[in-house]
Design a protein. Structure first.
Length: 392
């Protein structure tokens, strides 16, 4: 039986790699588009989409004042990293922490720390992704910590002596939450610096899910994925097997990477993984679009945008919007739930770290951080949307 399973695993991996390689080669030849590559065979087909499982379109809504917000502060949550602790670093305009997202098409239940704790009782939650995903993981940990501030304690996972995940746990409720770094979700290794690539980049193996995900996924009850920041480096090189894809676009590479994620998650769900998988949509940056008279490259505003200004941000950040289109397409018939938190975040340059990554604020010569989010704030609203998704 074991030999049969091993041979089947090997065949499925080879078939997946071959399928992706053919797709990529057709893309390079210009004879195929990923949008039309419906011939790709998956281990199973789900008739449900991530959005329809809840039946709520969270991309359409408005930011309104919320009761009892924020749920925690940078002073009382020990899991907030110093670079995201805007409050402790001196930011005074904290109104951005008091807003919640209200979708137009449905009612959401207000999340409280105790309600979240009850929902995640006896569960292992793993967040895989880049530094913005860590932003979100911090929100989960801080809300849970505020439910039981004297009961939470640090947690880490090790593999062969190396720490692969950091987080927190509340042993009394058997809750464990950890964040695992995975900048592409697929396997990636550093490329050496060269005259043609002075910034450095990564060899990204689009057909190989990151090993840490493969190892930890079966034991998790809830997994959350988000990784879009690192794809845009011009120094990255994309591979399937040993074949380099020299003319493929970044958007096409991201789509193949998501196809790989979907393949392995669906395969895991047929076997040991009995939990819930969620992909958070691409989070916006607010670098490139002038905001309310603020020059491009800065996001030092202290209020949310209007609807029209949010549309301008979306049009100006075309790369992120293309990634969202890819996410919707790849996950349209997948048991991976898609939570598109991007459009709601387009309104919120005020929620970014801005210059508050250092105590007292960064020096004027240091660029604003218009990618990551202050804790708490916008990522807490993402968590409330996830909380409501899990309720349904």
């Amino acid at each position: 039986m074991g030999g049969h399973t091993a041979r089947r695993d090997s065949f499925e991996r080879r078939f997946q790699a071959a399928t992706l390689l053919v797709t990529a080669l057709l893309l390079e030849l210009g004879t195929c588009s990923l949008a039309s590559s419906s011939w790709i065979a998956w281990p199973s087909q789900s008739t449900q989409t991530g959005a329809s499982k809840w039946g709520c379109d969270i991309t359409s809504g408005e930011w309104v004042g919320g009761r009892n917000l924020p749920l925690y502060t940078g002073f009382n949550c020990p899991y907030v990293r110093s670079s995201q602790n805007c409050q402790k670093n001196g930011r005074q305009d904290m109104w951005f922490q008091k807003l919640k997202w209200r979708p137009h098409t449905c009612r959401t239940r207000r999340m409280t720390p105790k309600l979240l704790r009850n929902q995640l009782r006896d569960k292992l939650v793993l967040v895989f992704g880049d530094s913005v995903a860590k932003n979100f993981a911090t929100s989960v940990m801080c809300v849970l910590h505020s439910s039981s501030p004297n009961l939470s304690e640090p947690l880490r996972f090790e593999n062969r002596g190396s720490v692969v995940a950091h987080g927190m746990q509340i042993p009394r409720y058997n809750i464990r939450v950890a964040s695992v770094t995975s900048n592409f979700l697929t396997n990636a290794t550093d490329l050496p610096l060269s005259s043609s690539s002075p910034v450095g980049g990564y060899r990204v193996n689009l057909d190989q899910l990151q090993d840490d995900i493969l190892n930890l996924l079966p034991s998790a009850d809830l997994v959350v994925f988000q990784a879009t920041n690192w794809w845009w480096s011009r120094s990255n090189k994309f591979f399937i097997g040993d074949t380099e894809l020299t003319t493929i676009s970044t958007t096409e590479a991201y789509e193949i990477g998501l196809q790989t994620l979907r393949f392995f998650v669906e395969r895991a769900q047929q076997r040991a993984f009995k939990g819930t998988a969620v992909l958070l949509g691409a989070s916006p940056t607010h670098y490139d679009v002038p905001l309310q008279g603020v020059a491009g490259g800065s996001c030092q505003v202290n209020q949310k945008l209007t609807w029209l200004e949010a549309q301008e941000v979306r049009q100006g950040d075309s790369n992120t919007e293309r990634f969202r289109e890819v996410e919707r397409r790849v996950l349209s018939e997948s048991p991976i739930q898609y939570l598109d938190v991007g459009p709601m975040s387009d309104w919120r340059p005020d929620g970014h770290i801005q210059r508050w990554m250092d105590p007292g604020g960064a020096s004027p010569s240091k660029r604003d951080d218009c990618r990551h989010w202050c804790e708490g704030g916008v990522t807490d609203a993402w968590l409330e949307m996830l909380y409501n998704t899990l309720l349904h």
